[in-house]
Design a binder for this molecule. Structure first.
Ligand code: RIB
Ligand code: CA
Length: 317
């Protein structure tokens, strides 16, 4: 059955790959892209989302959302994503107008106008839009099929030793999402650090030899340079891609049930996704936590999606 998704993102190099897989894999239907401030400001990430739509030929509504976290000062990540939020490639001019709705209204409209249990939310940035949408229309919680989010970690963070960026960027929003009754899959750093775009993968993408494949190679080249310089990774972990891959092929990674809560008041641990795989806290397990990646499966589908979109674009031109 085709999985139908709304991608809420902050492009972002890895968000861009998630958009491309969502548009290019026939097993999923991308209904809309919504943007939230995260890697960069809302203006920059929204412009980047429109640029990815242009180069990949993605023809779905794109709506801009939250310009910052619900209650805390905004954080951005130029150290990894650059000043534009998508440094590296030349960004094409947008070829479509933004949807006039706020992102949360687009999310609410789509979820409320489709049958219950038919739409998966895939947030790959801070969870501000998702928390605001469920606050404005609480009924979406029972209608959404699942939330598959990139964020958190059950071991170590990447913005602090305890906290991953998407969570600490808006911990109140994250706690609201984990605390709601909908099914949640947490795709944290423990999984996404396995999803590195190694040299052989980049070579396979380059061999497609299309404007889109060259764009993706430039995206990965810049992303790889900052991940090597800042975090010592020999190849960049393409975090957000893993969320969409799970909808394309559930076998792409394993999960384990756990109770997950977000620390809001820790002196050193604010934004930590406290993960209890057992019963230490006596809380019911509310989250499926991503554990082990099938890396070849991830990259096979991603290369195929880039080739599919490249061929589709060649036919159009
Ligand atoms: O910590 C990694 C996450 O933060 C990814 O989603 C990346 O795009 C940034 O948003
Ligand atoms: Ca992201």
């Amino acid at each position: 059955m085709t999985e139908r998704l709304i991608l809420d993102c902050d492009p972002g190099h890895d968000d861009a790959l998630a958009m491309i897989l969502a548009a290019g894999d026939p097993r999923v239907e991308l209904l809309a892209v919504t943007t939230c401030a995260g890697n960069q400001t809302i203006e920059k990430v929204t412009r980047n989302a429109l640029a990815v739509c242009a180069i990949a030929g993605i023809d779905v509504p794109v709506a801009a959302g939250a310009a910052g976290p619900m209650v805390r000062p905004q954080m951005v990540a130029p150290d990894i994503h650059g000043e534009s939020g998508l440094d590296g490639p030349v960004l094409p001019e947008p070829t479509r107008e933004l949807d006039p709705r706020h992102a949360i209204d687009l999310i609410i409209d789509l979820v409320m106008s489709n049958d219950p249990g038919t739409i998966t939310l895939v947030p790959t940035g801070p969870l501000t839009n998702i928390a605001l949408a469920m606050g404005k229309e609480p009924r979406i919680v029972e209608r959404v099929k699942r939330v598959v989010l990139m964020g958190g970690a059950y071991t170590r963070g990447n913005r602090t030793p305890a906290a991953e960026f998407n969570i600490i960027a808006d911990p109140e929003a994250a706690q609201a999402v984990f605390g709601a009754s909908w099914p949640v899959t947490m795709v944290g750093l423990d999984l996404t650090h396995q999803a590195t775009a190694d040299a052989d993968v980049v070579a396979r993408i380059a061999e497609i030899d299309s404007p889109l494949s060259r764009f993706v190679v430039d995206v990965l080249r810049f992303f790889g340079s900052t991940y090597l310089a800042r975090q010592g990774f020999p190849a960049p972990p393409v975090h957000d891609l893993c969320c969409v891959a799970k909808l394309c092929d559930a076998e792409v990674f394993t999960t384990r049930e756990a109770f997950v809560a977000v620390e809001l008041t820790g002196t050193w641990t604010t934004g930590m996704t406290v993960t209890d795989f057992g019963d230490l806290l006596g809380r019911p397990h509310n989250t499926d936590v991503a554990i082990q990646l099938d890396k070849p499966r991830l990259w096979d589908m991603t290369v195929d999606a880039i080739a599919t979109l490249s061929a589709r674009s060649a036919v159009r031109s």
